[in-house]
Write a protein that binds this ligand. Structure first.
Ligand SMILES: Cc1ncc(COP(=O)(O)O)c(C=O)c1O
Length: 378
């Protein structure tokens, strides 16, 4: 099997798995328990917190664990708007955010906020001048993702953050770094709130984290316990959190090497654009994230090609897994180039992929795409 669907989720690494298993066996205590067994479990949480903090350069106390990226994004947007809603009513986001951000903004609209949604250019970049024009004294929150999960465009978060703060230093800036965490260089210096997820970094599903800068207020959405300083009550998923910590340690150690390696895999697959006519890159072919390559094969339905690839043992996606069950006809890719979405296939990589796998995929595509194009009515 060739697994090129790592933006949906990744295989848990052997190290993270073994670490998690030993913890399940040896320490099942509730970290809130006052006995030493509970204290040991709490120490594991702290260790994982430090490991996550190290990746973004924050203090461990600024990291809060959640049930995943979705909850972290919901909490960031709704919680910050709730905390600062008395100071202003304008909130800003982009048109290419993950549904966990986009739908939170829809909810804010229902609650009477003025939502400004910025468009993107044909490579998926927001226009910083447009953003600056939108930020005013009434703006309390801006949320712009770092790496887009569908086509891998990487926004210049440092530039965006300083632009927002330059215009209104009280405005809170949130960035969804689920696809960037442990893959791209992200720093807590360039955001007030950052969201992250474990299952995109070869750790367990069902756990994520939020960085909240000291002094920034985010109202909690859950009630009923003192865990995570009362911000995210509920008994912690200690095993999954431990796997996230271990995976973050490993990823930090190997971040530069992994980045280079997946870059080679992506480059090899990108060579299909020289081999076949009318294959287009959605996003930024040159400067996009090396972890994601989204291609449109003209006159071939993405879903049909996906299944043809599957019959060869190659697993890719037509877009985000979370959108695959929605009725929405248009894909996020259509916001870059209208009409490209229906023929789009997303290939997404992890350090476990090889250049040979990309070469084999290129060979399969060279054979399959012309075959499928023959069925297009003239
Ligand atoms: C950019 C982005 N944000 C948020 C999420 C949601 O994360 P989770 O699956 O941990 O809820 C995803 C998952 O695909 C994502 O790609």
């Amino acid at each position: 099997m060739i697994y090129f669907d790592n933006a949906s989720t990744t295989r848990m690494s052997d190290e993270a798995f073994e670490y998690m298993c030993s913890f399940i066996k040896e320490n099942y205590a509730n970290p809130s328990s006052l006995h030493s067994f509970g204290f040991e479990a709490e120490k594991e949480l702290d260790k994982a917190r430090k490991a996550v903090a190290a990746v973004i350069g924050s203090d461990a106390e600024e990291i809060y664990f959640t049930s995943g990226g979705t909850e972290a994004n919901n909490t960031a947007v709704l919680g910050a708007a709730s905390a600062y809603g008395r100071l202003g009513r304008r909130v800003i986001t982009s048109s290419i955010e993950h549904p966990s951000v986009a739908d939170s903004f829809k909810e804010l609209e229902k609650r009477g906020f003025e939502v400004i949604t910025l468009g993107v250019d044909e490579k998926g970049y927001i226009d910083t001048d447009e953003l600056l024009n939108a930020v005013n004294e009434d703006t309390i929150l801006v949320s712009i993702m770092c790496v887009n999960n569908e086509f891998g465009t990487v926004q210049d978060i440092e530039k965006i953050y300083s632009a927002v703060k330059g215009k209104n230093r009280n405005c809170i800036f949130h960035t969804d770094c689920v696809q960037a965490f442990c893959k791209h260089d992200i720093s807590c210096r360039n955001a007030d709130i950052i969201t992250m997820s474990a299952h995109k970094i070869n750790a367990s599903k069902g756990v994520g984290a939020m960085y909240i800068k000291k002094g920034v207020r985010v109202n909690n959405l859950h009630f009923g316990g003192g865990q995570e300083k009362g911000f995210r009550p509920g008994t912690e998923n200690t095993y999954a959190i431990a796997s996230m910590g271990r995976a973050a340690e490993l990823a930090l150690e190997n971040m530069a090497d992994n980045f280079k390696h997946v870059g080679e895999v992506r480059k090899t697959l990108l060579s299909i654009t020289d081999e076949l006519d009318n294959v287009y890159v959605n996003g930024d072919a040159e400067n996009g994230s090396p972890y994601i390559l989204n291609l449109s094969f003209e006159n071939v339905k993405g879903e049909v090609l996906l299944h043809a690839l599957e019959s060869e043992g190659i697993y890719a996606a037509t877009g985000a897994a979370c959108s695959s069950r929605t009725k929405e006809k248009k894909k996020i890719v259509d916001r870059l180039n209208d009409g490209r979405g229906k023929s789009a296939v997303r290939f997404s990589f992890s350090a476990e992929n090889t250049v040979e796998e990309a070469e084999r995929t290129v060979e399969c595509l060279k054979r399959l795409v012309p075959q499928l194009r023959r069925f297009v009515p003239r």
